[in-house]
Ligand binder design. Structure first.
Ligand SMILES: Cc1ncc(COP(=O)(O)O)c(C=O)c1O
Length: 412
């Protein structure tokens, strides 16, 4: 074994820490998320890159009043550690909300508060994934989830999606051929990155497969409440609470600065995740939990969600119209019915990773498709997040991306 301290560049005196990195970090990636977050405050770039909610949806005035009142009148709770599974009142509020949204409230031990959606995936991977365990994901999928499972050395396999979501018949074929996943991770509603949803028929087939082959479905409902039209089909968790762990987040419907979400699932699994959380952040912040509860119980959250849906529906429509106007011949893209994203496929083997630099020169940013796959696909694809681009910049931003693609195609 090489001691970390021996890896020193004597000309500069700097130590090379990389030699000591744990094996589990080797295939992690993560540069894309760092790049997205680095652009969070950029003002001179039209950025379609991060899945950020629009700050216009942040209820700053109301929150200032709530926070001030909590700090003055409820400091003993709001400024204190909370129980690891979340404050009792907040769990009661979230449980009631799930009951009315999903037709079934979780039982006492079936719900915990998490620090956002990614916390649930991290706790799940930490508790259930041994090196080499198979985790099936949609291809493409949310890259943070791929990273969470890879972080515990899962063997992450992709199953393709189409306009009706995960291709469950492909999964069924793999299972019949001997594949034995421990976990299947899916985003059934307005998926990241495609914006597409899983049909009701496939949901029923998927839970039947989970029961038959004994795997856990991790259902990520990050965008479920942000549909533009009719309600999505029943959640997987409401269909099969015995084999589904639902991961929810308040990041997209309340605000991400609060880092809050929930996990609902079989009580044995929730109890295990609660233990795992004790040595990560121990508990989600009590001040944020109480703010959510106050905001939610007074009806503000549900009213805000109605406004957010209209805002994102308008942005999606503007982006689609701009794509129709500016994309080169042969480019295709999805038509989302909710959420934050449009997924674009460029023609002729365009390399969207290589083109990101040209896009940045034109002061426009997107995320190339590649990191959304566990394998090597996605080279000609792009994820466009329209959620935070001002209405009057959407057309210009899309025009610039079109120009980058046209130039690349012309040079071929
Ligand atoms: C599908 C999905 N799940 C989870 C998350 C992470 O949510 P949070 O910020 O609450 O951790 C995101 C964020 O982009 C997402 O797109």
């Amino acid at each position: 074994m090489t001691a970390i301290t021996e890896q020193r560049d004597w000309s500069t005196g700097r130590r090379d820490w990389s030699a000591g990195l744990a094996r589990r970090t080797h295939s992690l990636g993560g540069g894309e998320i760092t790049a997205i977050l680095a652009l969070a405050g950029a003002t001179d770039v039209i950025t379609f890159s991060g899945g950020f909610p629009d700050p216009a949806t942040f209820p700053a005035g109301l929150l200032a009043g709530i926070a001030s009142r909590l700090i003055t009148e409820d400091a003993g709770v709001a400024l204190q550690y909370s129980a690891t599974e979340g404050l009792a009142g907040v769990r009661d509020y979230v449980s009631g909300r799930l009951g009315s949204l999903e037709g079934r409230p979780p039982g006492g031990g079936e719900l915990m508060i998490t620090s956002g959606g990614i916390d649930c995936m991290e706790l799940l991977a930490k508790s259930f994934v041994d090196p080499g365990d198979v985790v099936v994901v949609e291809a493409p999928t949310y890259l943070g989830a791929i990273m969470a499972f890879r972080g515990y050395e899962a063997d992450v396999r992709g199953v393709p999606v189409d306009g009706a979501g995960l291709r469950v018949e492909v999964l069924a074929g793999l299972l019949a051929g001997g594949l034995r996943p421990k976990i299947l991770y899916t985003i059934p509603d307005f998926q990241n990155p495609t914006g597409l949803s899983m049909s009701a028929e496939r949901r029923a087939e998927l839970v039947a497969l989970a029961r038959r082959y004994g795997f856990l479905i991790a259902e990520d409902v990050a965008y479920r409440e942000l549909g533009f039209g009719s309600a999505p089909p029943p959640s997987l968790w409401s269909l099969a609470p015995d084999v589904v762990l639902q991961a929810g987040t308040f990041s997209k419907i309340f605000f991400p600065g609060v880092r809050l979400g929930w996990a609902a699932g079989p009580d044995e699994i929730i109890a295990t995740l609660v233990v795992a959380k004790q040595n990560s952040d121990q508990c989600s912040g009590a001040l944020g939990q109480r703010m959510l509860e106050e905001f939610g119980r007074s009806g503000h959250l549900d009213r805000q969600i109605v406004k957010s849906r209209a805002l994102y529906a308008r942005r999606a429509a503007l982006t689609s119209a701009a794509l129709a106007e500016h994309m080169p011949e042969g480019t295709t893209w999805t038509a989302p019915e909710g959420g934050f994203y449009i997924w674009l496929t460029a023609p002729g083997g365009v390399d969207t990773v290589a083109l990101s630099a040209a896009a940045r020169d034109k002061k426009v940013a997107y995320v190339p498709g590649r990191p959304f796959y566990p394998g090597d696909d996605g080279l000609a694809q792009i994820r466009l997040a329209y959620s935070r681009v001002a209405d009057d910049l959407i057309d210009e931003g899309v025009r610039r991306i079109g120009e980058v693609l046209r130039t690349a195609l012309g040079e071929k």
